[in-house]
Design a binder for this molecule. Structure first.
Ligand code: NAI
Length: 350
């Protein structure tokens, strides 16, 4: 890993995405999301993804000039059509719409349909929390997780993110996939020849496995509870928006020349519609302080409030530069746009 300045990493990502065919404006917005993820230590959704995005843009699977259409279907509900542009850009613009509606109506539900991969969802809920709003966002992803008790993938890693603003820059956040671990972590174990814990994934027969090479699907978090959450995300971010759902959701790698048609849902609440907004923010900050001061379990240095691990890494990145994998940095600094590494790839193949 190498640490580099935020601005330098941003410029490298923008350059590569523009070379692949994205406009400078959209490339800048995608880069902001990726650098946000890397700065928070969420490398699975940072600069590591640029080469995949570059291949997809080059092959036509990401619309470089999408026509976004917003339809206000009810006072607090809107549908945002992303025209299969970069998911980060569409989800950001759709969150701006949700923020505006929530300010006006107290609450907002904005469905984002027909988009590409939108990266780390913390980016969007933070966007609303910075403006004093509570936000929830969730999205579909390609089918890689078994249903509880099943042997073949049905749902994606369908992530959920939440943010609540406290005083000043305080905020509590949750941003998680609904699988125990991201696929990238199984891949890392495979590359290193290491075993994985038995609760991460299953083999072709649906049996839990510690052999990273034998993995054919990921397990939902907390058994039937994570399975239920995946279902919830698929209903809210897919079925509700008339999109392919469950195992019909497009694969990340199958056809890089076609749009992904993914769905995402943003829910935004203006605390002022329910309570005194200042008092609400004070309560959030109070809970953060109380959690930080609560007695740690044996062997734990300090209890962190939800999301504090990322905040600590973000502060370190601001001070020392953002950590990037050396191979990713070498690619970003090279003149290569992409190496045809992703099209047609079976994510579970060895
Ligand atoms: P994770 O397991 O690293 O973290 C989950 C949550 O736990 C985070 O909110 C984190 O801040 C919190 N946390 C971790 N340790 C903590 C501690 N000691 N105290 C308090 N809170 C703590 O996250 P995961 O599940 O690996 O997801 C990574 C990213 O992948 C997310 O940004 C998610 O949005 C993204 N993702 C995106 C997908 C897409 O298709 N766009 C699909 C799946 C995931």
């Amino acid at each position: 890993m190498t640490r580099i300045a935020h601005e330098k990493l941003t410029a490298l990502i923008v350059r590569k995405l523009v070379l692949a065919g994205l406009s400078a404006e959209h490339a800048g917005m995608v880069a902001a999301s990726l650098v946000h993820a890397d700065a928070r230590g969420v490398h699975s959704h940072g600069a590591l993804r640029v080469e995949y995005y570059a291949e997809r843009i080059s092959k036509g699977g990401t619309n470089p000039a999408p026509r976004f259409v917003v339809e206000r279907r009810a006072p607090a509900a809107a549908v945002f059509d992303g025209d299969n542009g970069a998911g980060h850009v569409a989800a950001f613009e759709a969150m701006e719409v949700a923020i505006e509606i929530a300010r006006e109506q107290g609450v907002a539900a904005v469905g984002v349909r027909r988009i590409g991969h939108s990266g780390a969802l913390s980016f969007f809920v933070e966007q609303a929390a910075r403006q004093g709003l509570v936000a929830l966002s969730m999205c579909q992803s390609d089918p890689m997780a078994v249903p509880y008790g099943g042997a073949e993938p049905y749902y994606g890693t369908n992530p959920i993110a939440f943010a609540a603003p406290g005083e000043g820059d305080d905020r509590m956040m949750l941003d998680m996939a609904t699988t125990v671990q991201a696929w990238g972590k199984v891949l890392n174990a495979r590359i290193r020849g290491e075993a994985i814990p038995p609760d991460w994934a299953v083999d072709a027969s649906g049996a839990p496995t510690t052999d990273a090479d034998a993995v054919r699907a990921l397990l939902p978090i907390a058994g039937p509870k994570g399975y239920g959450l995946m279902m919830m995300v698929d209903v809210l971010a897919g079925m509700l928006l008339g999109l392919p759902f469950g195992k019909h959701v497009s694969s990340m790698y199958h056809d890089l020349s076609a749009g992904r048609e993914l769905g995402q849902l943003h829910l935004v609440i203006d605390p002022a519609a329910f309570t005194d907004a200042r008092a609400f923010r004070c309560r959030v900050s109070q809970a953060m302080r109380e959690l930080s001061a609560s007695i740690p379990a044996a062997g734990v240095e300090r209890v962190l409030y939800p999301g504090e691990d990322c905040v600590l890494r973000e502060r370190e990145s601001k001070r020392l530069g953002v950590e990037v994998d050396d191979a990713v940095l070498a690619y970003l600094e090279s003149e290569v746009i992409h190496r045809n590494a992703y099209a047609g790839k079976d994510p579970f193949a060895r």
